[in-house]
Unconditional design. Sequence first.
Length: 177
Amino acid sequence: MNWNPFRKKTDEADPVVDFTLSDLKPGYVVDYDLKTWKVTAQNHYDFDGDRVDEWELTCADEVMYLDREEDDGPCWTISSKIPVSRIDGDLRTHIVENEDPPEEVTCDGVTYYAESSDAGEFYRNGEGPPRELITWEYLDDSERKTLTIEQWGEDDFEASIGDIVEEYQFSDILPTE
């Protein structure tokens, strides 16, 4: 193409350069915290019509989960699974006996306070059949660190800790396949 000084510039997005976090799909890579992470799954939760998107990210033997939910704009959280036993006290017994965890929990010396709870369905790779779950969300004093407890069935519990993050903390979003 010859150079034309009178050619009108367009505002079209460059399909290779302008990917956003919301565009992530399995097979994409993204840089976060000085590491390159590969998207290995794209899941979602349905909480009575409120959708939470989740991307499973792997880097070597590490696995993290990037979640996006809408709350006056996108809210992003990055987290890692932890053993429920890392949370102080007998969480399982408390939930079974009281049908809820305590209002305040401590993990690794950080105190987290109950923020919300919800029942919903989980779709692995966006497909059914869904798995039912109950989640409890906690925040620390800074309201930047998160702790989530999930109950799958009667006595199957999972937990994760993480951070509320901003989209600008991620870069170089590219498809690899």
